[in-house]
Design a protein around this ligand. Sequence first.
Ligand code: NAD
Length: 257
Amino acid sequence: MSLAGKTAVITGSNSGIGLGIAREMAKAGVNVVLNSFTDNAGDHALAADIATEFGVEARYISADMSKSADCRRLIVEAGRCDILVNNAGIQHVAPIEDFPADKWDAIIAINLSSAFHTTAAALPNMRINGWGRIVNIASAHGLTASPYKSAYVAAKHGIVGMTKVVALETAQEPITANAICPGYVLTPLVEAQIPETMKEYGMDRETVIQDVMLARQPSKEFATVEQLGGTVNFLCSDAAAQITGTTISVDGGWTAL
Ligand code: NAD
């Protein structure tokens, strides 16, 4: 079965991995709903450009994934959600005793709780329509840990656990739930960590990338947003109909170490 004509809602998709996934899905003929918490002309232009480039329907819906009501409204406003990609995420890096409580709350809300709310809102119609795919963008940090990322690691381990529960609750239906665990991808989220790491280690940009970030990634290469989009498309394909409740690492070997 082709994915053409299905509708995907991708949270946090006006940048980075989410936008890359939206573009790869649109390339496969999927109608896409983009999202972030902002609501400006540039956001809507991203959707219009995708519609023009790939000949699909594309819309942008502003909704703040830190707010439960917004998460649920996004699914209602989308109208149709055959494929739900929970991708919105933020990061903050600090030792646990200095970790600001408001950053902890925001990371748990956006990186974990939003997926609970969107999934709860999207499942009833997937059941009525007799088909659904839920893909949660977790992280290598959903399977392993790094110091100073307590909230992020907790949220990402949490979303891997929730993915398994959703898979079990839908196991006898044509609905699957899986998590993708990327290693480092050079997006704005990762770019933002580079200057601080340069300062902390007294290194130049290239040394930070090679000796700090990609030190964890045996391939010594960043994963790309196109590779992640391709992995989402695979999880939505017929070939993946019996793949549910699991994780796929796209991490250049990080979690094999
Ligand atoms: P990014 O900063 O480029 O994108 C994050 C997206 O989330 C943006 O579109 C942003 O607008 C959106 N967002 C942030 N707060 C939001 C909110 N309150 N409501 C709605 N949208 C919100 O970062 P990215 O690297 O593309 O990250 C996307 C996902 O991939 C995140 O869940 C991240 O944890 C995960 N991830 C990234 C990497 C990496 O190396 N870049 C690795 C593993 C996992």
